[in-house]
Design a binder for this molecule. Structure first.
Ligand code: SAH
Length: 348
């Protein structure tokens, strides 16, 4: 028998065309689309505004591939980490981070990662495959449900900051944003979404050309090429000058600022010249710097910089009118913090 097609791979128009080809009305396609992307239904049975025979016909022709939350861990601080099983057996992780003012979902965009940042646990996994738009969408839906269940409030923000490099899975990531933000989908505001990239210049320009409405964060970690290449080797291919040009382009075309994520490490980027280079880099376009706490992943090759070094960064940036925030890690006890997502529970 021919393998059934995943219905969520079809656009709204394709769904409408399918019904017309069956001799039915095109608005049936819109109804199904609403069940799939607004109500996030995984069962044709649920689609009660369709006749029984139509539901059966869909069942005969299609499947709805979807994720399963395989294991959920809750941290002492309220952070939740989901190990999410994909339909072909791979596992990725997503995280729910509740704070005083918001509830944020941190979602994965790839199984593993093709980049090789020396300080990140996900980098050790290599990239196995890209996630489809629906697999990213499903992570958001799962976290929203948990947020309502455990915290009594819906999800308010989304960060593409889990496993993988979102700009190396560009089309699926943008499609997922479309399903999450469109009124026919989940209807969330793009202003509440942030995509975090290690900085792929060509794709940052493409985001600007595509006039995206969400926010951009760049994992900078050093504004000196030699240092950055040492800790993020792909920087040799995409040097800071190219990143700078892409960010200027981003700002010119979207009018938006950027957030730089930055970890201060002992003996790596805690010198005066490192601070000076960051301050200079921050002058290219309006920006904010998020100083992230390092979450150790290995044998101690990297160590969090001293409080004094972090304070020096903060003072220098603020003296130049650059907004700085200090981000403390959440969910460390369950390996849910930045850079710790590595499927410790499950072997993929
Ligand atoms: N590839 C994307 C998104 C995934 S990484 C990116 O690079 O932005 C998400 C964030 O976690 C990045 O800012 C990354 O630099 C940071 N990160 C990675 N490993 C970390 C660690 N061990 N401790 C703290 N932050 C880490």
């Amino acid at each position: 028998m021919e393998k059934k097609k995943d219905i969520r791979a079809l656009s709204k128009e394709q769904l409408q065309d399918f019904f017309v080809a069956q001799g039915d009305k095109s608005f049936r396609g819109s109804q199904v689309y609403d069940w799939l992307w607004n109500k996030a239904s995984y069962n044709f049975e649920d689609m009660t505004n369709l006749s029984k025979s139509t539901r059966q016909m869909l069942e005969d022709n299609f499947v709805i591939n979807h994720i399963e939350v395989d294991e959920m861990q809750r941290s002492k601080d309220g952070t939740i980490k989901n190990a999410v099983k994909l339909h072909d057996g791979f596992t990725v992780e997503s995280v729910l981070i509740p704070t005083f003012s918001r509830t944020t979902a941190c979602v994965s965009s790839q199984v593993g990662c093709s980049l090789d940042c020396k300080f990140c646990a996900t980098a050790k996994l290599k990239r196995l495959r890209n996630l489809n738009a629906d697999e990213i969408f499903d992570q958001v839906v799962a976290i929203d449900k948990e947020s309502r269940l455990y915290n009594g409030i819906p999800l308010s923000n989304i960060v593409y900051m889990g496993m993988g490099e979102p700009l190396m899975n560009y089309n699926n990531v943008l499609k997922s944003v479309e399903k999450i933000t469109s009124p026919e989908g989940l209807g969330m505001s793009p202003k509440r979404i942030t995509l975090s990239t290690s900085g792929v210049p060509k794709m940052i320009k493409k985001l600007a050309d595509d006039k995206v409405k969400f926010n951009l964060a760049v994992s900078l970690h050093s504004a000196i090429d030699e240092v950055r290449t040492q800790i993020m080797p792909f920087n040799a291919k995409f040097p800071l000058a190219d990143l700078r040009d892409a960010l200027i382009y981003w700002h010119e075309h979207t009018g938006k600022a950027v957030t730089y994520e930055y970890i201060v490490w002992k003996g790596i980027n805690d010198r005066v010249e490192d601070i000076r280079a960051l301050v200079q880099f921050c002058k290219h376009i309006p920006c904010k710097v998020n100083l992230i706490e390092y979450n150790p992943i290995d044998d101690g090759e990297f160590q969090q910089g001293s409080d004094e070094a972090v304070a020096k960064y903060k003072t220098a940036l603020e003296a130049n009118y650059i907004t700085v925030t200090l981000r403390h890690s959440r969910g460390k006890d369950i390996d849910a913090a930045c850079g710790q997502l590595a499927n410790k529970q499950k072997v993929v």
